[in-house]
Design a protein around this ligand. Structure first.
Ligand code: AMP
Ligand code: MG
Length: 438
């Protein structure tokens, strides 16, 4: 063990079988036997490269909200189907009202859905409601507010240009045009467009199941009596909520004791799900068995150790075709590493091709940020809008990775790069924003 005093620690600290480049860059950390930390970007690209596309399934339109479309959807007909009025008013010939004020004879009344019998000629108008088809002969609509509102004769007070207040045939959708692309997350607007395209059923990505294993001898389930030194298994709940929020189905598989065989057995049963998330037991403690158990099962380790805080010990493995995300046990670390690594994987597996990673914006700090500077820090902030309408970030008062309440109300992670120990209030800081692409 290279003269290391802590043989067990070393044996657990070297599970990497590949990529060998990572091992060859091994650093002298502790007993000099750990792989080099990779960057967050490198970890994210390894995650995304490892993800496979889930199957598609056909569902009812009413169930489509939040799902990811897996087919291109084309318009079945022109929308609007013909030129129609954008206003309640009078359908006229622009040339007729060029010398307004003028009085025109009202020859028909056109509520939406009614087709004109006659057509508009010189000196005449039709009263028309929003959405009614523009009658032949008319080229524009004078809104009712610019008239006296008459029903047999109407006084038009202002001239209009030809085409005013007319919605053109096909200006929303043209028959045959693709109006929604595969990979689109279906929101309320997309549901409406699907309905317009006559789609009462639609092909979407199957929702994956995600096993959640919480490791730790100290853990008890929420609601159970809490003994000395025990900790409530809150991560299983926060992670399950994150999974559900990202369009997948959480399966909380309970608490796994800090024991290699128990961890192996739990991982094996978790493989019934599409993805596996573990919490805790991935660091270098003597009772951190997740990597060891994965190795024992013959998993391929795709990375372990990321140059970030919180979240340094995150491990990604592939075991029998399933991706296993080993997240750290600290409540903040597990949530932050979910947002940075698991969420992008889910989006990709669902078929999204853009917005896989959270967007970053430069946000002005309302209070200073402090960091040790040894690794890139992701610090919890609440992003809001100030009186001037600019994005501002208020750091959470505690930034400890064990302080779960520091995540409450947080909607952003301010990034403080390695080597930087503070950023003053008033400065801009690159901040990842959550909730834009869930
Ligand atoms: P570990 O990553 O296993 O070393 O755990 C780091 C810290 O996170 C310890 O203080 C654990 O008690 C705590 N922790 C681990 N798992 C959970 C969990 N499921 N819920 C809440 N806290 C946890
Ligand atoms: Mg533990």
């Amino acid at each position: 063990m290279r003269g290391c005093a802590d043989a067990q620690r070393c044996s657990e600290a070297v599970p990497l079988t590949r990529p060998s480049a990572t091992l060859s860059r091994g650093e002298r950390d502790g007993c000099g036997y750990y792989p080099a930390m990779i960057s967050v970007e490198e970890a994210q690209s390894r995650v995304l490269a490892a993800v496979e596309l889930l199957d598609a399934e056909t569902i009812e339109l009413g169930d489509a909200l939040g799902r990811v479309l897996r087919e291109d959807v084309a318009a079945t007909h022109d929308i609007p189907s013909a030129d129609n009025s954008a206003m309640d008013g009078y359908a006229v010939r622009a040339a007729d009202v060029a010398n307004a004020p003028v009085t025109l004879r009202v020859i028909e009344d056109l509520p939406a859905g009614k087709i004109a019998r006659g057509h508009v000629t010189d000196g005449t108008a039709m009263r028309i409601m929003t959405g009614a088809l523009l009658p032949d002969g008319a080229d524009s609509v004078v809104q009712v507010e610019l008239t006296d509102g008459g029903s047999t004769d109407v006084q038009i007070r202002e001239a209009v240009r030809s085409g005013t207040n007319v919605r053109r045939r096909g200006e929303d959708m043209r028959a045959g045009d693709v109006v929604l692309r595969a990979g689109t997350r279906i929101g309320p607007a997309e549901v409406g467009v699907l309905a317009s395209a006559q789609r009462r059923s639609v092909s979407v990505a199957r929702r994956p199941t995600i096993a959640i294993l919480a490791t730790g001898d100290e853990l008890v389930e929420s609601g159970e009596p809490l003994g000395a030194g025990q900790v409530v298994n809150s991560n299983a709940w926060s992670l399950a909520a994150l999974v559900a929020q990202h369009g997948a189905i959480p399966r909380r598989l309970g608490i796994v004791r800090d024991d290699r065989d128990a961890t192996i057995a739990a991982l094996e049963s978790a493989l019934a799900c599409d993805f596996v998330i573990t919490s805790g037991g991935v660091s270098v403690g003597a009772y951190d068995f997740v990597k060891n158990a994965l190795e024992g099962l013959g998993a391929e380790t795709m990375f372990w150790r990321i140059a970030m805080k919180p979240g340094k010990p995150v491990v990604l493995s592939r075991l029998r075709g399933r991706l296993v995300f080993g997240l750290p046990g600290n409540p903040v670390s597990s949530m932050v590493s979910f947002l940075l690594f698991v969420a992008p994987a889910l989006r990709k597996s669902l078929g999204m091709t853009t917005d896989l990673l959270p967007p970053a914006a430069n946000v002005r700090l309302l209070a200073p940020l402090r960091s040790k500077g040894d690794r890139r820090a992701y610090l919890r902030v609440r992003v809001g809008v100030d009186e001037a309408g600019e994005l501002v970030a208020r750091p959470m008062t505690s930034q400890g990775s064990g302080v779960s309440t520091s995540m409450v109300g947080a909607n952003g992670l301010a990034i403080v790069d390695a080597g930087i120990t503070s950023i003053d209030a008033g400065q801009f800081v690159k901040t990842l924003l959550f909730g834009f692409n869930t």
